[in-house]
Each structure stands twice: as structure tokens, then as C-alpha cells.
Write a new protein. Structure first.
Length: 312
């Protein structure tokens, strides 16, 4: 691991700009692009409650090594908008995965490395599982990310339930109202709880927090956490995708999975529990000192995993 003191990080005021926009499926997606147009593509998908700036250091590292980097705002975040006001503001896993594929189609991208953590890791994992012919390889965090909604009500050990307080809060209307009123405050608290060693400053947080002011953010987030517990219906247009996800499909593309050693919401493991879900996993790694927002906390390790798959 490179000594952090010797690594140049982008300042907290650095934004991934300019943004581009494209109609893709039900969305007009805002995204950042860097690197050569003819380079191997890396789709970098962010999580909740974060935005594209989780990749503020990863994107230039990959672009400098010849990658075409695409970093989109997910539905409900930043300048990404729904094209039709009648479209359900779904946050279900099938929708997030389908959005990534629609973006690739809109940009004429045939194949890419699918990369992500948290919600973005789920989108990347869904793409790799259901559209393997489009996937060069997968880099994701926290093991097998596809939700087993049918068993979502099975309780975990008490110490594992405590960090999920926000998910339970969002099941009730008090939680919806709380997120609407305190979307920045909740996100900042989660950042601190999930990444206890990450010393982000106010400018770093505010750079991302403006993405939560999207008018669809609350609806998408609330639906996501209710759907994953089987407490909200999905959007019918994604029913076939979700039907395939119910089987918890094996991911057959080359894969590297990463865990942050100090992830405060999803504890690091030895990788064995999810091993059977990857038929071509190349590596499982625990990244020292990292929390949940692994690409922003340890961009060199994250970028190295992507490049390993591209160079394979």
C-alpha cells in the first residue's frame, strides 16, 4: 500500500466536470467522462449516500492508464432526472442495474469493466450476472451484492443489526419525513459511522451533498430500502429482471471483490461466504484502514483492481 502522505489527492473543491447528459431508458443521465474515447471502458458506479466524487481520484488514475471512464449519477442523485413525471421513482435493485445497461446502450458501449460499491456495486453485480457478454470483469465491495429479498426478514446477529438503523428508520413515514428534512445531516452521520478513519472535511462533504437535493432523491431512497425488505412493490417494467435476480445467479465473469478493513456498516469477511457465487473470482482483498467508501478512501487500491482486470 502506498504511503498516504506521499499520494497526491484532489482538493476537496475539485469537481468532476464538465458533465455530459444522455437520454438512457427512463432517465436523462448526467455523467462524467475521462480518458481516450477508444480505450477500454470502466463504468464507475457510486453508492448511497454518496455521488460521483467517490471517484474523484480513481477516475484520473484510470484515465492516465488509457481507460475510458464513465461515472454516472444514479437515479435520484445530482442532475440525473426522470424523463417522464409518471415513471415510478423506484430504487429497487433491478432498476439500478437496468439503468447502467441503458447508459451503455445510449453511449454505444459494447463491453466494459463494471465497477462499484454499495448501490453501485449492486448495479455492477447485476450487470455482470445478467449481461455477462457485456462485462469484461467486475470489481465490487462487500461480497455478493445481489439482494436476497425472499429472506430479507431473517434477522442477523444483534451487533450486525445495529449499523442498519437507517434502513429500519426508512420503513416508517417518520423516516421518510426525517430524510426529507435532514438529508444532509443523515448522510454526514452515515459517512462518519461507516468510515471511522476517513478524515473528510466540510468542503468534501458539501461537494457531494448537493447531489441529495435532487427532487427524486427521497422517493428513490425510501423505495430502495422498503423494496429490499419486501415491503414495497417493484416497478412492473423491471419484473423480469427481478425474477432473474430472485435465483441469486452465479457471477461468471472475472471478478475482484474488496472489503474495507474498518467498514462500519458491512464488516469485512474472509470472502468464503460468497465464494460459491463467483465462478471466476480472481481475488478477494481486505484493504487496511478503509471504510465503506473505499474508492474515495483508498483510490490506488481500487484503481489497481480495475487495471488488473483490464490487463488480464
Amino acid at each position: 500500500m502506498t504511503d498516504k502522505a506521499s499520494v497526491l489527492r484532489a482538493p476537496s473543491t475539485k469537481r468532476l466536470e464538465p458533465l455530459r447528459h444522455v437520454d438512457a431508458g427512463v432517465l436523462n443521465i448526467a455523467y462524467y467522462e475521462a480518458g481516450p474515447a477508444d480505450g477500454p471502458v470502466a463504468m464507475l458506479m457510486h453508492g448511497f449516500p454518496y455521488d460521483i466524487h467517490s471517484y474523484v481520484d480513481v477516475a484520473p488514475l484510470l484515465a492516465a492508464q488509457g481507460c475510458r471512464v464513465i461515472v454516472p449519477y444514479l437515479r435520484g442523485y445530482g442532475p440525473t432526472t426522470f424523463r417522464d413525471k409518471a415513471t415510478p421513482r423506484s430504487g429497487e435493485q433491478a432498476a439500478i442495474g437496468a439503468d447502467m445497461m441503458a447508459l451503455m446502450d445510449a453511449l454505444g458501449i459494447t463491453r466494459a469493466v463494471f465497477v462499484g460499491y454499495d448501490w453501485g456495486g449492486r448495479a455492477a453485480s447485476i450487470g455482470a450476472a445478467l449481461w455477462p457478454e457485456r462485462c469484461i470483469g467486475l470489481v465490487c465491495t462487500n461480497g455478493y451484492m445481489i439482494q436476497d429479498i425472499g429472506h430479507a426478514m431473517a434477522p442477523a446477529r444483534p451487533e450486525r443489526e445495529v449499523p442498519l438503523w437507517y434502513q429500519y428508520y426508512f420503513q416508517i413515514e417518520r423516516g421518510r419525513a426525517g430524510l426529507a428534512a435532514n438529508r444532509h445531516g443523515i448522510a454526514k452521520l452515515l459517512w462518519s459511522q461507516w468510515s471511522p478513519r476517513w478524515q473528510f472535511d466540510d468542503a468534501c462533504f458539501e461537494r457531494t451533498a448537493v447531489a441529495f437535493d435532487n427532487p427524486d432523491y427521497v422517493d428513490v431512497v425510501i423505495h430502495s430500502y422498503r423494496h429490499r425488505f419486501g415491503l414495497a412493490n417493484g416497478d412492473p417494467q423491471y419484473a423480469e429482471v427481478q425474477r432473474k435476480l430472485v435465483t441469486l445467479p452465479v457471477i461468471a465473469v472475472p471478478t475482484i471483490t474488496l472489503d474495507g478493513a474498518e467498514d462500519g456498516v458491512t464488516a469485512a469477511t474472509d470472502g468464503s461466504a460468497s465464494a460459491a457465487k463467483y465462478s471466476a473470482r480472481q481475488a478477494y482483498r481486505v484493504i487496511p484502514h478503509a471504510g465503506h467508501n473505499l474508492p474515495q478512501e483508498e483510490p490506488e487500491a481500487f484503481a489497481a483492481a480495475v487495471m488488473k482486470l483490464i490487463k488480464a
